[in-house]
Design a protein. Sequence first.
Length: 161
Amino acid sequence: MRHLKTGRKLNRNASHRWALMRNLVTSLFRHERIQTTDPKAKEIRSWADRVIGLGKEGTLHARRQALGIVQDEAVVRKVFDALASRFKDRPGGYTRIVKIGWRHGDRAAISLIELLPADGAGKTEASSGAKKRGKRPSQKEKEAPAKKKSAPRQAAKKATA
């Protein structure tokens, strides 16, 4: 039984899994969006949240812990400077996973994982709920205006007669 065992094995041994996650996290922070399989995207989400949390902490110890995961010093600098300030008021959930289809070779589900934009940016009217989608007019509502238009014609015909 797998009680209290977190994380996905992804059919890899421990060292390969560790290297894969480090590479994916580094690429995600460098490019801010990457395309990968669904299980990898779901696994990398927790790793990315942890590193951004270290960036928000901002201490030297947190920076050294982040350097243990992220492989590039420039990317760690970006996490601690730009991304930490971007997510300073957000309590978690810094990434978005969008399913985009299937890989041609083996039909594996492919997802796009990306860092969320700043709080004010990226919100549209539809996503913020300001603009509601109207319902379609029913057949009776479509016919009702047509009857109203014909009424003045009949009145005009009666006036001329």
